[in-house]
Design a binder for this molecule. Structure first.
Ligand SMILES: NC(=O)C1=CN([C@@H]2O[C@H](COP(=O)(O)OP(=O)(O)OC[C@H]3O[C@@H](n4cnc5c(N)ncnc54)[C@H](O)[C@@H]3O)[C@@H](O)[C@H]2O)C=CC1
Ligand SMILES: O=C(O)C1=N[C@H](C(=O)O)C[C@H](O)C1
Length: 264
């Protein structure tokens, strides 16, 4: 049985992972790591004892529980904390699956350095559908390149999401940018200025309880192609994160993503 520690255990994703793991006999969540100030989980509707959540012991220090696990799953939503957790994993030689988004380029480079010591999997989106979307967008961009199509990206998320644009939208832009020559990501249009040829708009809408929608538009003359993924439940990300944990638990050091897990 694969023993897992979750960082960000009382968050939306932490709780979804914990619940999903209950139905999987091949792994067990042995502990959760939480911020020391998190004594009440915001949308759980009840006070949570920081020492225990649904039978899973909680701590604010990953180093205390690292020895008891095979893999760490990181969803603290705090890139500084996530980097700290990855450092502890690298020192202990424990693999880590990171779903937290919002890393700077420099922070991603630091994670890559840590992957020289242990297996690190970083993915802004653990769902099968979005990872397929990355591939479809690659094909569409390549196929429509030089044929008069403009590319724009729109994402929608719940009102509590901190980072914008989403990690997934930024990854979609990266896929588009790799296929086109020298594009420029913009996040706002306001005033009198027609679309410039090298622009790719990446726009974030926030509100309500939207789990996560992403659309890439290919806008031509007389036609447009829209590739959309809609997540309707966090369980899809949770399942992906747990599959990633199972996949990575016996892997050598290296820097991985969900394409490796899903074989895409
Ligand atoms: N890769 C993927 O498939 C997905 C990624 N995400 C990303 O996951 C992150 C978390 O999302 P949510 O669960 O919605 O956020 P959330 O805010 O509900 O949960 C984060 C939890 O981490 C805790 N936390 C903060 N600092 C911590 C620390 N130093 N140590 C341990 N725990 C700490 C918070 O107290 C909170 O309970 C975000 O960056 C989000 O963008 C979200 C969904 C899917
Ligand atoms: O914060 C979220 O909720 C989500 N974040 C991820 C992102 O930033 O891409 C993935 C998903 O869409 C949900």
């Amino acid at each position: 049985m694969i023993k897992v520690v979750i960082c960000g255990a009382l968050g939306r994703m932490g709780r979804a992972i914990l619940q999903t793991a209950l139905h999987d006999a091949s792994l067990k969540i042995v502990a959760g790591v939480e911020h020391p100030d998190c004594v009440v989980s915001p949308d759980l509707g009840k006070a949570v004892n920081i020492k225990d959540y649904e039978g899973v012991p909680l701590t604010s220090r990953l180093e205390e529980v690292l020895p008891m696990c095979h893999v760490v799953i990181e969803f603290s939503g705090n890139t500084e904390a996530a980097l700290g957790h990855a450092k502890l994993c690298a020192e202990a030689g424990k693999p880590i699956v990171i779903g937290t988004t919002g890393f700077t380029e420099d922070e991603v480079n630091q994670l890559k350095e840590l992957s020289e010591k242990t297996a690190v999997l970083l993915s802004p989106n653990m769902s099968l559908g979005v990872n397929l979307l990355f591939r479809l967008v690659q094909i569409a961009t390549q196929s429509l390149k030089g044929k008069g199509f403009d590319v724009e990206i729109v994402e929608i998320h719940h009102r509590f999401k901190k980072d914008a644009p989403s990690g997934t939208a930024l990854k979609l832009y990266e896929v588009v940018n790799q296929q086109l020559d020298e594009t420029r990501r913009i996040s706002c249009r306001d005033g009198i200025s027609p679309r410039k040829e090298d622009e790719v708009g990446v726009f974030a809408i926030r509100g309500g309880d939207v789990v996560g929608d992403h659309t890439v538009y290919f806008l031509g003359f007389g036609e447009r192609l829209e590739l959309t993924h809609r997540a309707t439940s966090r369980e899809t990300f949770a399942r992906g994160a747990l599959e990633a944990a199972k996949w990575i638990h016996d892997k050598e050091k290296g820097f991985y993503n969900m394409f490796d897990v899903l074989g895409l």
